[in-house]
Design a protein. Structure first.
Ligand code: CAO
Length: 236
């Protein structure tokens, strides 16, 4: 069909913006052999050991609408104390030394926030800021990189909705967090509402954890994040 445009108002001219300066890849056409650094060698060893574990996967979606609102209320307060408050401190608090996969200039590193059970969300944010600053400077040491019991991998801060995370031995479970998306969902009155949805993908060692245990854990973790007020009540 032909759509008449006679009645449509003339389009406003959009100002021409300079394109963002993104460095273009350089194709030399030649192969290059690069030696692995010590962090990359450790990753090869750990991930090869990891795939000897019989993994099972379990995915669910989490409605973060209330958490998104809560964080926006707290973000400026944290900023005024010199601390960046992302969603990670909440994700970490809702689950114990919690490791977090970190994309650093040296490659993938997994430092951990110790004794999460004794820390407030703000304390976790302070610790996360410290680990991120050390990670970016390539200064994470053995104390921060060992002693984790469970890992969370926020791949959604880069992109992607679901993942199939690989367990970091000798841990027995890991969770990957997808990007938070604004999506339509039904509320309890059957109305369509705007919701902030994030998918979580768990992998667990089936020699130690069965699917029902994983599911019960995921339900509890999800319930804290979907009702962040309950974290204030229940979690130290
Ligand atoms: N969906 C949407 N937005 C997200 C998000 C998500 N899942 N995760 C983070 N964001 C937002 C943050 O809220 C923040 O927004 P504001 O500027 O509004 O505060 C912004 O993205 C930047 O966050 P961040 O990445 O600096 O901080 P973080 O605490 O969320 O994550 C860290 C820290 C270290 C987990 C992350 O930087 C990182 O390295 N992620 C990659 C992990 C990875 O490589 N996993 C793969 C392992 S297997 O190879």
């Amino acid at each position: 069909p032909v759509i008449s445009t006679a009645d449509t108002p003339p389009k406003e001219k959009t100002p021409i913006m300079a394109p963002p300066a993104i460095p273009l890849p350089i194709f030399s056409g030649k192969d290059r052999t690069e030696p692995l650094n010590s962090f990359q060698k450790a990753m090869v060893k750990t991930m090869t050991a990891a795939l000897k574990i019989p993994h099972f996967g379990y995915c669910d979606e989490v409605d973060l609408t209330q958490l998104v609102r809560l964080r926006s209320e707290l973000k400026d307060l944290a900023d005024s104390r010199g601390v960046k408050l992302s969603y990670m401190p909440f994700f970490i608090k809702a689950s114990h030394n919690i490791g977090l996969a970190m994309d650093t200039p040296q490659g993938l590193l997994v430092p951990n926030v110790k004794s999460v059970q004794a820390l407030s969300v703000f304390d976790i944010a302070v610790e996360l800021n410290r680990l991120q600053a050390l990670g970016s400077a390539g200064q994470l040491g053995t104390a921060d990189l060992t002693g984790g019991t469970f890992t969370l991998s926020n791949i959604g801060s880069i992109g992607g909705t679901y993942a199939k995370p690989v367990i970091l031995p000798p841990e027995v479970a890991i969770g990957a967090l997808g990007k938070i998306q604004v999506l339509p969902r039904f509320n309890s009155r059957d109305e369509i509402v705007k919701a902030y949805i994030m998918n979580v993908s768990w992998s667990a060692d089936h020699r130690v954890i069965d699917g029902a245990t994983m599911s019960r854990f995921s339900n509890l973790w999800r319930s804290y994040l979907e009702n962040p007020a309950s974290m204030v009540l229940d979690l130290k």
